[in-house]
Design a protein around this ligand. Structure first.
Ligand SMILES: *[C@@H]1O[C@H](CO)[C@@H](O)[C@H](O)[C@H]1NC(C)=O
Length: 298
């Protein structure tokens, strides 16, 4: 009897581990609030995280895991009302001066005026690949899902499952692509009124503080860096124990995912309608000419 119970427990544990690998995870298991002296809080049994900003400080958190490729989703509800001067950053980044980084940044605005969604990709310390968008909804009244699909061939930015940007791997044409440095997920809410809103002309109105942004519905289908090198991909967690297999399981479909024709057309449509800045159409920034990928992927 005792044996059967423990076997059952093992199976249950295995099943739970398999679920938690891909299913919505709890914020206390996955993240650490790293700064802000109590201004970041995990609430609602780990299902909700809030960051706040006041005159003294902003706040931020980071993932416990480092990822080397993954499909990472987060639902955000941004600072409502007069959010001018505030920035909510949500990004993947590795460490060091030659770091890789994949950025979403939300630049606040005065009441009634639209947020700017800023995106960028850094490879080996080299960024300057900004594209900015308007959103087709008010990002402060409800939660919306912002996703990064990062696999060996693409970095795809998505908003509510609609692709807005596809940074392709063009290594074969001599353009670096992030693919060997594991990245952690970071987010922060901070004051950037020296530049963020209308080029720094609009300052943060502290009479509206504290400002607050909320997060829920985190999900990572990802390959996680493990101690001593290498990675373990989502599907492997849980099945490993049950099967007793040491071989790593393959990652999920996201690993080979690209945009089919329909999604490419939808992305082009979003870009035509909502893109407000594209580094590839801003030649005056570059003395040596536009970055090489601009002639290949736009
Ligand atoms: C704020 O609103 C103004 C006016 O609509 C707009 O020009 C600007 O791009 C918006 N966003 C930011 C971050 O300033």
């Amino acid at each position: 009897m005792a044996r059967r119970v423990s076997l059952l427990q093992l199976l249950l544990l295995g099943a739970l581990a398999a679920c938690s690998a891909a299913a919505a995870a709890s914020f206390d298991q996955e993240f650490d609030i790293t700064w802000g002296d109590g201004r970041g809080k995990i609430q609602d049994g780990g299902r909700l995280l809030t960051l706040t900003l006041d005159r003294t400080s902003g706040s931020g958190f980071q993932s416990r895991h480092e990822y080397l490729f993954g499909k990472i989703d987060m639902q955000l509800k941004l600072v409502p009302g007069n959010s001018a001067g505030t920035v909510t950053a949500y990004y993947l980044s590795s460490q060091g001066s030659a770091h890789d980084e994949i950025d979403f940044e939300f630049l606040g605005n005065v009441s009634g005026e639209p947020y700017t969604l800023h995106t960028n990709v850094f490879t080996q310390g080299q960024g300057q690949r900004e594209q900015q968008f308007r959103l087709w909804f008010d990002p402060t009244t409800d939660f919306h899902t912002y996703s990064i699909l990062w696999n060996p061939k693409h970095i795809i930015f998505m908003v509510d499952d609609l692709p807005i940007r596809d940074f392709r791997n063009l290594e074969s044409k001599g353009i670096a692509f992030p693919k060997s440095q594991p990245m952690r997920l970071y987010s922060s809410l901070w004051n950037a009124d020296d530049w963020a809103t209308q080029g720094g002309r609009v300052k943060t109105d502290w009479s509206h503080a504290p400002f607050s942004a909320s997060y829920r519905g985190f999900r990572a289908d990802a390959c996680v860096a493990v101690a001593g090198g290498g990675t373990r991909c989502g599907a492997a967690v849980g099945t490993e124990g049950a099967a007793g297999a040491a071989a790593p399981a393959p990652a999920g479909d996201w690993y080979n995912q690209e945009l089919d024709l329909t999604l490419q057309q939808r992305m082009r449509w979003v870009q035509r309608k909502y893109m407000i800045y594209n580094y590839c159409t801003d030649p005056k920034r570059y003395q040596q000419g536009l970055p090489a990928e601009c002639s290949m992927q736009q």
